[in-house]
Design a protein around this ligand. Structure first.
Ligand SMILES: [Fe+2]
Length: 262
C-alpha cells in the first residue's frame, strides 16, 4: 500500500460546516502524513482539540501557525510571542510537529514547517510600509488582534534569520510549508489588492530555489491555486470559509496530495 503526504490549511473550524469537513478527514493508509498549514481556529483550545483528533488518525501531523492562531483578545493572559510559545508547547505535548522541531523526513524528502510572518513588503513600488498601510482601503483584523501585542515586522525578521539558518543546515530535497506564501505572485489573484500587505515578506522570495524545494505549500489567501515561480510550484491548500466561492478552474484536489511513496 502506498503512503501519502497530504496538505490542508485554513480549516477555520469555528464554522460548523468546516468542522464537519475536518471530522470526515481520514487517511487512506494508516501511514499517511498530514500537513496543516495554519488558521485552524482563533482559540488555543480549539486548535489543540482539532489537531489532537487528527494526530490520532494520521501517522504524523505537521502544523505551522497562521495569523488566526496568533489573534489575541484583550482578556487573554498570554499574547504576542508568548502565545506562539504556548501553542508550540501544547501541540508538541500531543505529538504534533511544529516549526520549532527537527524537520521530519517523508520518503527521503525533508518536510520543513516554517513560520515567517509578514513585514508589509508586499506593497506597491515607491511606498514605505507606513504609507502603504495608510493608503490601504481595507485592513486585516491582524492590525487589531496581533499588531498591538508584538512588533510584527521585527518578529518576521527574526523568524526569517532563524529559519534561513536551519534551512542552510538541511541538505537534500525539501517541501517548504508556510501559512503565508513565500513569493508575491499568488497575491496577484487577490480581488482586494491591499490585502497583500499582510501576506508575506520579500525576504523569502528565493528560498524555494535556493533550498532545493520540490514544492512549497501555503494557505492564507483562501484562493486554492497553484503558482509556478522559477520552476517550483507554490500550492495553496486552503479550505477557507464556507461562504467563499471559487471559479471552477481553481478547484484543486482537497486534501491536496503533496507526494506518495510505496
Ligand atoms: Fe485563513
Amino acid at each position: 500500500m502506498s503512503r501519502t503526504l497530504w496538505a490542508v490549511s485554513d480549516l477555520h473550524v469555528t464554522f460548523a460546516q468546516n468542522q464537519n469537513t475536518v471530522d470526515a478527514l481520514m487517511p487512506q493508509d494508516p501511514g499517511d502524513w498530514l500537513i496543516v498549514a495554519g488558521d485552524v481556529a482563533e482559540k488555543i483550545p480549539d486548535v489543540v482539540r482539532t489537531l489532537s483528533a487528527l494526530v490520532k488518525r494520521f501517522d504524523t501531523v505537521i502544523w505551522v501557525p497562521g495569523n488566526h492562531e496568533l489573534f489575541n483578545r484583550k482578556t487573554d493572559r498570554v499574547n504576542g510571542k508568548a502565545r506562539y510559545r504556548a501553542l508550540v508547547g501544547q501541540l508538541r505535548a500531543i505529538g504534533v510537529i511544529t516549526p520549532e522541531d527537527p524537520y521530519p523526513i517523508f520518503g527521503g524528502v525533508t518536510i520543513c514547517p516554517l513560520f515567517t510572518l509578514y513585514d508589509y513588503s508586499f506593497r506597491p513600488l515607491g511606498l514605505t510600509a507606513k504609507q502603504a498601510l495608510a493608503q490601504a482601503k481595507i485592513k486585516l483584523d491582524d492590525e487589531l488582534a496581533i499588531a498591538p501585542y508584538v512588533d510584527i515586522p521585527a518578529w518576521c525578521a527574526e523568524r526569517v534569520t532563524y529559519t534561513e539558518d536551519r534551512l542552510k543546515a538541511t541538505k537534500g530535497p525539501k517541501v517548504l510549508v508556510n501559512h503565508w506564501p513565500l513569493v508575491i505572485e499568488p497575491t496577484h489573484r487577490l480581488f482586494q489588492k491591499d490585502i497583500a500587505l499582510w501576506c508575506g515578506t520579500t525576504a523569502t522570495r528565493d528560498w524555494a530555489v535556493r533550498f532545493n524545494a520540490l514544492m512549497a505549500i501555503h494557505g492564507h489567501l483562501h484562493i486554492p491555486a497553484e503558482t509556478r515561480v522559477d520552476g517550483v510550484s507554490h500550492v495553496e491548500v486552503s479550505l477557507g470559509y464556507p461562504f467563499e466561492k471559487h471559479p471552477p478552474h481553481m478547484k484543486r484536489p482537497w486534501p491536496f496530495p503533496v507526494m506518495q511513496i510505496n
